[in-house]
Design a protein around this ligand. Structure first.
Ligand code: AVI
Length: 317
């Protein structure tokens, strides 16, 4: 089993969760950062989302990577340390690792459980490859294990996770990635494309209700971890396309007037009011390249699936 470097103490994570939830429930409009979706249950539900027929991004990106990994390898070359940001179950990673013959693999993820499982699965598949997992919130810190010092790096940021950030924090994150990955680094990043709301909305409001359960789990997590008594059944899941901001949004809408407490603080939410829980920005080709450039990366190549749903971009620092 791979050793895991853990950065955040559980008590620090809980304090940050409490602070974000109390501030977010008290704000107008009410909003809680999407990163708090991912406790163990939330990570499992997200994995289930990635297998839904309506949720095209994961299968499209995985197929794109399987098809184009050889072309990526021809540009990237062998012997790099691959640093994956927000690795989750690392389902797409084998395609990349098999093609580029890396010197080491460093998955960074906030969920230690998932990190452990996926690092062990990859170790079985790539027996000679040093796998050096880091349990951390890469939005806050991206420490590199000493063993990859001096190795050229390839950052891997699939899944269009960049889309869960607004433009300013996305640029800030890309800049910090460039700093952490160092000179000569490259970045392979997945970005979801702007497309018809008829495709986007079902992807975030599926018929089986898995995305709704993912959204509700945030309220269950608040009740579990922050001693809350939110009546979850009084909320509805809502997914909408915000065309002006080019993003999908998820909200929890109160169906009735509700009153509850969280961590000893009282809140009242009127029927129809929402808690904004996620943004998922979508990019056109120029917007994607502009974002990378603003983040300190020079785009080199772009691969898009035949239907124009999803893009993989390779850039150099
Ligand atoms: C992790 N992230 C890129 C997903 C997305 O599509 O924005 C999270 C998600 N939310 C609802 N469904 C999936």
């Amino acid at each position: 089993m791979a050793d895991i470097v853990a950065l955040d103490r559980p008590s620090a994570t809980l304090a940050a969760f409490r602070a974000d939830v109390l501030a977010g429930l008290g704000a107008r409009p009410r909003a809680i950062p999407a990163r708090w979706f991912y406790d163990r249950r939330g990570s499992e539900l997200f994995e289930a989302i990635t297998r839904l027929p309506e949720y095209y991004p994961t299968r499209t990106e995985t197929a794109l990577l399987a098809e184009r990994a050889g072309e990526v390898a021809a540009i990237v070359g062998p012997g790099r340390a691959v640093i994956e940001f927000g690795s989750g179950s690392s389902a797409k990673t084998p395609h990349l690792l098999a093609a580029i013959a890396p010197a080491a693999y460093v998955p960074i993820d906030i969920s230690g459980d998932f990190l452990r499982q996926s690092a062990d699965a990859l170790a079985g598949r790539f027996p000679g490859l040093p796998i050096l997992p880091v349990e951390a919130d890469f939005l806050k810190a991206m420490p590199m294990p000493a063993a990859v010092a001096g190795l050229p790096r390839l950052g891997f940021f699939p899944g269009s996770t960049i889309g869960n950030l607004g433009a300013a924090p996305a640029v800030d994150l890309l800049r910090r990635m460039a700093d952490a990955l160092g000179e000569g680094a490259m970045l392979l990043i997945g970005m979801d494309r702007v497309k018809a709301p008829e495709i986007l909305i079902p992807a975030y409001d599926d018929a089986a209700g898995v995305t709704a359960a993912f959204n509700f789990n945030l309220l269950h997590r608040i009740n579990r971890e922050l001693d809350g008594d939110i009546p979850v059944a009084a909320f509805r899941h809502r997914a909408l396309w915000n065309d002006w901001a080019a993003r999908m949004e998820m909200h929890l809408v109160a169906a009735d007037d509700v009153a509850f407490t969280v961590a000893g603080r009282s809140f009242e939410i009127a029927a129809g009011e929402t808690i904004h829980t996620e943004n998922s920005h979508k990019y056109g080709p120029r917007g994607a390249r502009l974002l990378l450039a603003a983040g300190g990366w020079t785009p080199l190549r772009e691969w898009v699936d035949g239907e124009g749903l999803f893009a993989l971009l390779l850039a150099e620092a």
